[in-house]
Design a protein around this ligand. Structure first.
Ligand SMILES: [Zn+2]
Length: 481
């Protein structure tokens, strides 16, 4: 899932015009051969269906494996494997001098389902039209997969010797499915992916408004994802003889209480810094609210006003919302069962079990049970007690070259560390002790985010800018610059 643009542009955002004064050297677009290479990889990935239903991640992994073998990467440095023959992951190690510990790059190859009849073009055909590339995965995230593969091949072709190993893991089941590739690799082949830190281009990027870059977002923290099954049962009977004990009303009452409930306001180091930066970019009235919200004590009225933006609301609070309902069995019968799914996005520092207990308290309805639903759909009486991980520390070795290069590619654009509203595969690498930065170098209009949606597309310019950015950036971070 690419979760981008969590909330910076909730109101009219202003560019950091004061920073624009300084002139940075312009970036150079990639040469024709590089463009052709990148485009070929991008097209190939888009046209391999990698959906969970009928697609094959293995096919994409094998296609990329062949490219690395053809380029002369030693077979021993390439690993292909997974839990079954449709979900094989690819791990490629680009050998460096070993002076520094490795850097890991992760990208999921699977894509969300897409139906031909919903789209203007065939989602599994790579279509170039009006300055855009169309196809499922052009935003999430075969664009970045293609860019990373291109970067590795290009650096290798040039004979570039990094001061550390660079590891690329292209993986399965981020969008769904039962065999998350990052999780699988960490459990089954930890030595293949062990690194000092990681990048995940499944999030973060440059927000454009009318062609102008307004912020470069790096996600350094994520919320925890959780589903809960909320259920009530009642005796049922003939609908001509209603009784108060009615499962549908119990669930409806419970959900109404959830609707009017707001989880406590809470900031962490990343979201606080995010809002501090935002206060310098937003118009005066919003900036005043942000400062009042950041004050001690935080101003509840300012928090309430800012929370009208879904993105900011999600940054400040754990959120839980009803997403599905199922109840009753006949039009003329009293219900015997009613069930809702409640989906929560939990702030770092809290556990899924803690939120399950919160929900029980919010519903305040003894007839209603709250059970945890795991990723595979299994239902459990209690939820995991592990807490969402604290934000990643912003390492100067990562952030300084990033800020420098962002100023070359998008002059004057602030780099804003942010918390993703959803969870990505970084949840696994972070938990394994590999601090992970979600950063894509992909620029996108804030009103053109189509990940998971129909007619997913990426501007050609955005793709090639990303190609060149990662080439420059990987060179810088693997030489210690
Ligand atoms: Zn994604």
């Amino acid at each position: 899932m690419r979760i981008q643009f969590a909330g910076l542009v909730a109101s009219t955002a202003l560019a950091a015009s004061s920073l624009c004064a300084q002139s940075a050297p312009a970036w150079t677009p990639p040469d024709a051969a590089t463009k052709q290479l990148a485009l070929g990889i991008f097209r190939q990935l888009i046209e391999i269906n990698t959906t969970d239903s009928i697609g094959s991640v293995s096919a994409a992994s094998k296609a990329m494996q062949q490219r690395f073998l053809d380029a002369g990467f030693p077979a021993a440095d390439i690993y292909l494997g997974g839990p079954n023959d449709r979900k094989e992951n690819l791990v490629v190690r680009y050998r460096g001098s070993g002076a520094q510990p490795p850097i890991l790059f992760i990208g999921h190859e699977d894509v969300v389902e897409a139906r031909r009849e919903d789209w203007s073009t065939d989602p599994f055909q790579f279509v170039r039209k009006d300055g855009y590339y169309y196809g499922r995965g052009t935003q999430d995230m075969k664009d970045a997969d293609a860019i990373l593969v291109t970067t590795f091949l290009r650096l290798h072709e040039e004979g570039f010797k990094p001061d550390r190993d660079l590891i690329l893991a292209l993986t399965a089941d981020e969008e769904g499915g039962k065999s998350n590739g990052v999780d699988w690799l960490l459990k089954n082949h930890p030595d293949r992916v062990k690194a000092a830190f990681a990048f995940n281009p499944d999030g973060g990027g440059v927000e454009l408004e009318n062609g102008k870059a307004i912020s470069a977002d790096v996600d350094a923290s994520e919320k925890l994802y959780a589903d809960y099954q909320v259920m009530a049962t009642s005796p049922g009977g003939h609908s001509s003889l209603p009784v108060p004990d009615n499962a549908i009303y119990h669930i409806a009452d419970a959900l109404q209480r959830l609707q009017s409930y707001t989880f406590p306001f809470e900031l962490n180091s990343i979201t606080r810094a995010y809002f501090e930066k935002l206060a310098t970019l937003e118009p005066a009235s919003t900036a005043a609210d942000i400062r009042a919200m950041l004050g001690t004590p935080p101003d509840p009225a300012a928090i309430a006003r800012l929370s009208r933006s879904p993105g900011w609301n999600s940054t400040m609070h754990t959120t839980c919302v009803a997403t599905r309902l199922l109840a009753g069995h006949a039009n003329n019968a009293l219900p015997q069962m009613a069930e809702a799914n409640v989906n929560c996005r939990i702030l770092p520092g809290h556990s899924r079990e803690e939120v399950r207990q919160d929900l029980i308290g919010i519903f305040n309805e003894p007839k209603v049970t709250v059970r945890y639903v795991d990723d595979g759909g299994g239902v459990h009486d209690t939820a995991p007690a592990s807490k969402g991980l604290p934000p990643v520390a912003l390492e100067p070795a990562v952030m300084q070259p990033l800020e420098k290069l962002v100023d070359v590619y998008w002059p004057g654009t602030p780099v804003v560390a942010d918390m993703a509203d959803g969870a990505s595969d970084s949840v696994y690498t972070n938990a394994a002790g590999i601090p992970t930065y979600n950063w894509s170098a992909i620029e996108l209009e804030t009103n053109d985010v189509r990940a998971h949606g129909k007619d997913e597309r990426l501007p050609e310019t955005s793709f090639y800018k990303g190609v060149q950015f990662w080439y420059d950036y990987v060179k810088r971070i693997s030489r210690g610059e």
